[in-house]
Design a protein around this ligand. Structure first.
Ligand code: HEM
Ligand SMILES: [Cu+2]
Length: 611
């Protein structure tokens, strides 16, 4: 008999599904509205043509509504334009981030009480698994691939990515990947919906949410019988293929599509980091792919790659972390690139030590493959081997520190403008210092023996994943908002949002450091057993949950601001909304934007606006 699916989880998933259906409805409706209004669905005007208030006539509500709705769906499904694909990546990453964020808030809700009272243990295990996987593979990676697709060609002066159709293919592999990883929840909601009006279809209840953790450690991941695990492995494999295709495209674009006056020596900093990241992807993801296939074979075809009598669980850990550690740099290097790009613009000075930032990026790219076993200090591998891995792990802190000092030096004596993206950059650098220093602490073998698998680790990596990686996606969204939408967001609301986010991250993840130092293991659904000896734990969890709520409010504010501003924000009429010309930092993407505006203006004055 299959265990009953916990009700609260399915309810929240139900809500997500309803929202999805609503969105789909709105999309379809927009298509209809457009068809009716224009007599055919073929030629759809550019969104902002209708809403620009400089035309003299006041746009009606319906016109504005229509203009705010998405374009022709057929175009979005078939586009091979790098900017369109970039936008698709952004939309996908946003959906994934909100989904993974819901998981995080549910995790935190469970931890308000010491017992497993809100959701049950099984659900909790599924939540941290899907949260981790969704955030890493379906939020961060697509968000940065979107940045690469939209901006990299503009930066290197290319008309397109090297392989536009491969580009579209890489994107369209992602939605099915996400669905495979999270299928259990989706089919289950479907089953419940059908059950509400008719028969119960048992097959829809076959999949239980995966509860392996994002590291998929064997023997657990082999032993669990749930067929959802197999789907998840296939989904991850598919997403890996998508990521590699994207990376190949980026590498080839940088090599072959550069404008003649863009040389390796004057390649901009963001392109350098995206290029290096793609290089790491090229080596790391096929590694994960092979390991996933081996795991699938062990689960389904009786091979013994990772069984105790065969290769053993330690082999899995070696293979996994040989991918897994480079993966953390795949996530963080583009974020570093964004700091290096955006921070100088609002510090009023050019990036200090440009060359050293490039060298340190390349150094990190290489070294990232040499440190994997620092994740395995507690597994009983040879102590001499551990010492070697400790040495390399400490070495990789050096290039990271080089970057940090360069950012700080860039701000030194600068004319700092505390715009929202700048607040997020400064906050991000500060939080990264906390995350980085705690990482160095963990790289020390004796300390890691004590802190391994405690909340200290969760605190450490969230200062990085949330504190700098997610933070820089927000910063970039503000910085490029005028370019993406030709409108300005509400700057005051954005500043409030930025400060709230920094505060929220501190309040959420600092308590975890103390929990960890106090010995609280991670991945516990219930800590009731320890409450007699550690009465403080519950309060620390409360603080962290309050912090997560603050982050939730902040994210809502961001979403509200950007959605509203994309609809009715003040139109941007200059190619230089951030006054970058003043300090000689008017970069290529803004040049491109200025040209676009110019062309638009020409068309308007010669009366071709609506064509
Ligand atoms: C609102 C923000 C967030 C909150 C409140 C949050 C909270 C949590 C919590 C409580 C855990 C489980 C700890 C445990 O028991 O092991 C966790 C795990 C994790 N989180 Fe987050 N998180 C947030 C954002 C993020 C982001 C932005 C990322 C990645 C970009 C991320 C990646 C991960 C990963 C990889 C794990 C490990 C999952 C595992 O143990 O297998 N989180 N998070
Ligand atoms: Cu590592």
């Amino acid at each position: 008999m299959l265990p009953a699916f916990p009700a609260p989880l399915s309810e929240s998933v139900g809500a997500a599904a309803t929202a999805g259906l609503l969105l789909l409805g709105a999309w379809w409706l927009s298509h209809r509205v457009r068809r009716d209004a224009r007599g055919s669905g073929r030629r759809v005007p550019d969104r902002t043509d209708e809403t620009r208030p400089d035309g003299g006539t006041q746009a009606s509500r319906l016109t504005r509504l229509r203009a705010a709705l998405p374009y022709d769906p057929v175009r979005w499904l078939t586009t091979v334009n790098h900017r369109d694909i970039g936008m698709l990546y952004f939309a996908f990453a946003l959906v994934a981030a909100l989904w993974g964020g819901t998981d995080a808030l549910m995790i935190r809700t469970e931890l308000i009480t010491p017992g497993a009272t809100v959701w049950d243990e099984e659900t909790y295990n599924a939540l941290f698994t899907t949260h981790g996987l969704t955030m890493l593979f379906f939020f961060v990676t697509p968000a940065f691939t979107g940045v690469a697709n939209y901006f990299l060609p503009l930066f290197v002066g290319a008309d397109e990515m090297a392989f536009p159709r491969v580009n579209a293919l890489a994107f369209w592999l992602l939605p099915p990947s996400l669905m495979l990883v999270r299928a259990g929840l989706v089919t289950e909601v479907f089953g419940k919906m059908i059950e509400a009006v008719g028969p119960r279809i048992p097959v829809l209840f076959l999949l239980e949410p995966p509860a392996t953790g994002w590291t998929l450690y064997t023997p657990l991941s082999i032993a669990i019988e749930n067929p959802q695990i197999d789907l998840m492995l296939l989904g991850l494999h598919l997403s890996g293929i998508a990521t590699v295709l994207g990376a190949v495209n980026i590498i080839v674009t940088v090599f072959t599509e550069r404008d003649p006056d863009v040389t390796w020596a004057n390649l901009d900093i963001l392109t350098w980091t995206l290029f290096t990241t793609s290089g790491i992807i090229l080596f790391a993801f096929p590694m994960l792919g092979s390991a996933l296939v081996m795991l699938l074979l062990d689960r389904n075809f009786g091979t013994t790659f990772f069984l105790v009598e065969g290769g053993g669980p330690l082999l899995w850990q070696h293979l996994f972390w040989f991918f897994g550690h480079p993966e953390v740099y795949i996530l963080v290097l583009p974020a570093f690139g964004l700091v290096s790009l955006i921070l100088p613009k609002f510090a009023g000075r050019k990036l200090f030590g440009f060359k050293f930032i490039v060298y340190s990026t390349l150094a990190i790219g290489v070294l990232s493959f040499g440190v994997w076993a620092h994740h395995m200090f507690a597994t009983g591998i040879d102590p001499r081997l551990q010492a070697s891995f400790m040495a390399v792990s400490l070495a990789i802190a050096v290039p990271s520190a080089v970057k940090t000092f360069n950012w700080m030096t860039t701000m030194w004596n600068g004319k700092i403008r505390l715009t929202a993206p700048m607040i997020l950059c400064i906050g991000g650098v500060g939080l990264f210092i906390v995350g980085g220093v705690t990482g160095v602490v963990l790289a020390s073998i004796p300390v890691d023996r004590v802190l391994h698998d405690t909340y200290y680790v969760v605190g450490h990596f969230h200062f990085i994943v949330m504190g700098v990686i997610a933070m820089m996606t927000f910063a970039a969204s503000y910085y490029w908002f005028p370019l993406l939408t030709r409108r300005m967001f509400d700057q005051r609301m954005a500043r409030v949002q930025a400060y709230t986010l920094v505060l929220g991250v501190l309040v959420t993840f600092f308590p975890m450091m103390f929990l960890g130092m106090d010995g609280h293991p991670r991945r516990w659904a219930s800590y009731a057993i320890a409450m007699d000896t550690n009465p403080l734990w519950m309060y620390l969890h409360w603080v962290a949950t309050v912090g997560a709520a603050i982050i939730g409010v902040s994210v809502t504010l961001w979403l509200f601001n950007l959605v509203q501003s994309a609809r009715i924000g003040a139109p941007v009429t200059t190619g230089d909304p951030w006054n970058l010309k003043e300090t000689g930092q008017f970069s290529r993407e803004w040049e491109w934007f200025e040209e676009q505006l110019e062309e638009r203006r020409r068309r308007t004055t010669s009366g071709f606006e609506d064509e």
